[in-house]
Design a protein around this ligand. Structure first.
Ligand code: IMP
Ligand code: MG
Length: 178
């Protein structure tokens, strides 16, 4: 599997440092607010697991699964909820934890949907931001890394459901997806 990686874009060490920094900022910003971190599955799983350990304060987590990609590297634009939250978010300070914001269509859908449930606030924390392909202008409150317009894998991100368990963010060798 490691042999399929053409280049490591963001190393484990870089992710570790960035996660610490974001965790510190989030803990400061949410002091006394018992935030609810909403992890968008499956890609956000690894980031949530590391990030929450760097937020040294009481918090809660919940999960939501949406689908916007088939097995291809292009967004379909159609977003579906595959699994909904367990908790009621009315009056809660919600922090959406995402792996990557690409066109923004998935996040836009999630935010609009969560808004109807009456949370006290909604903010977004994403590990990766790919601004080159953005179709919808959505404010991102916490961003780990801005990356160029390349299809990335690892640290939760997949290609055809594979490579999520790589501990770093990399790009595939081009011959594997063209
Ligand atoms: P958007 O709706 O176009 O912003 O796409 C967001 C979702 O598409 C992410 O949550 C990922 O699941 C997936 N995605 C976007 N870019 C990549 C990538 O480079 N690698 C893997 N998955 C991606
Ligand atoms: Mg995702």
């Amino acid at each position: 599997m490691e042999n399929d990686v053409g280049e490591v874009l963001i190393s484990q060490e870089q992710i570790r440092e960035k996660t610490k920094e974001l965790g510190r900022r989030i803990a400061q910003d949410y002091e006394g607010k018992n935030p609810l971190l909403i992890c968008v599955l499956k890609g956000g799983l690894m980031f949530l697991a590391d990030l929450m350990r760097e937020i040294h304060m009481p918090l809660e987590i919940d999960f939501m699964a949406v689908s916007s990609y088939g097995d291809a590297t292009e967004s379909s634009g159609v977003v579906r909820i595959l699994m909904d939250l367990e908790r009621n978010i009315r009056g809660r300070h919600v922090l959406i934890v995402e792996d990557i914001i690409d066109t923004g269509r998935t996040l836009n859908y999630i935010i609009e949907n969560l808004h109807t449930r009456g949370p006290a606030s909604i903010k977004v924390c994403t590990l990766l931001d790919k601004p080159a392909r953005r179709l919808l202008d959505i404010p991102l409150d916490y961003v780990g890394f801005e990356i160029p317009d390349r299809f990335v894998i690892g640290y939760g991100l997949d290609f055809g459901e594979i490579y999520r368990n790589l501990p770093f963010v990399g790009v595939l060798k081009p011959e594997l997806y063209s």
